[in-house]
Design a protein around this ligand. Structure first.
Ligand SMILES: CC(C)(COP(=O)(O)OP(=O)(O)OC[C@H]1O[C@@H](n2cnc3c(N)ncnc32)[C@H](O)[C@@H]1OP(=O)(O)O)[C@@H](O)C(=O)NCCC(=O)NCCS
Length: 174
């Protein structure tokens, strides 16, 4: 069964699926592309091409879902992208609509955070409309006029470049 929502059709993953948080693989690119595309079509995040996802696949964590009938899918995705030797961006965070509000977004951000701590990164950054969610993950809002220059790297391909309403958020890890 498929769940038709606006222009993107997502697989109708069952909420009682068995869930595993793991690093993404190239086999996940199509499902990640659909999930990000679903929310991008609603203006909630920046769309990512399959080519871009493929070349940055090592950035991503996913929540892999196995339904009681054995069918599999991706219930959530989140990337950790190195911007500089002292800063990485949490990006491409998307949770399947059947799994929102169940703690998966926070789990994925924590997975990225653990990875960042393991390599000695002192801070994380995120662009978002979801201030409350990121505050629940320990981030704080930062002034847009005083940001690391590398945080603007994806803005050129954003359709809202001239009229950006996203806020910048940061978390110190030290
Ligand atoms: C925003 C999003 C990632 C949150 O993921 P989620 O799995 O639904 O959130 P969680 O269940 O992990 O919530 C974690 C915490 O954030 C809070 N939270 C989540 N969304 C919130 C919201 N919209 N408003 C207020 N609080 C929110 C929860 O209450 C929870 O708080 P707690 O830890 O104190 O209990 C998810 O809803 C989503 O994919 N949204 C659409 C795409 C998007 O906006 N992506 C972010 C791009 S930066």
């Amino acid at each position: 069964m498929l769940l038709a929502l606006e222009s993107i059709i997502l697989p109708d993953l069952s909420p009682d699926s068995a869930l595993t948080v793991r690093k993404a693989s190239l086999r996940d690119v199509d499902a990640i592309h659909e999930l990000i595309g679903y929310w991008a079509a609603k203006g909630q995040m920046l769309v990512r091409s399959k080519a871009l996802l493929g070349e940055s696949i090592r950035d991503f964590w996913v929540v892999h879902a196995i339904m009681p009938d054995g069918l599999e899918g991706i219930a959530g995705v989140c990337g950790l992208h190195m911007l500089a030797s002292d800063l990485a961006e949490v990006r491409g965070l998307a949770i399947h609509p059947n799994f929102q509000g169940k703690g998966l977004g926070k789990k994925l951000v924590l997975a990225c955070e653990s990875e960042a701590r393991a390599i000695g990164l002192p801070a994380l950054f995120a662009w978002t409309y979801q201030q409350k969610f990121f505050e629940a993950c320990g981030f704080h809002r930062v002034d847009k006029t005083n940001l690391h220059p590398k945080v603007w790297s994806e803005c050129q391909r954003c359709p809202f470049y001239e009229n950006c309403q996203e806020i910048g958020m940061r978390k110190e890890l030290e």
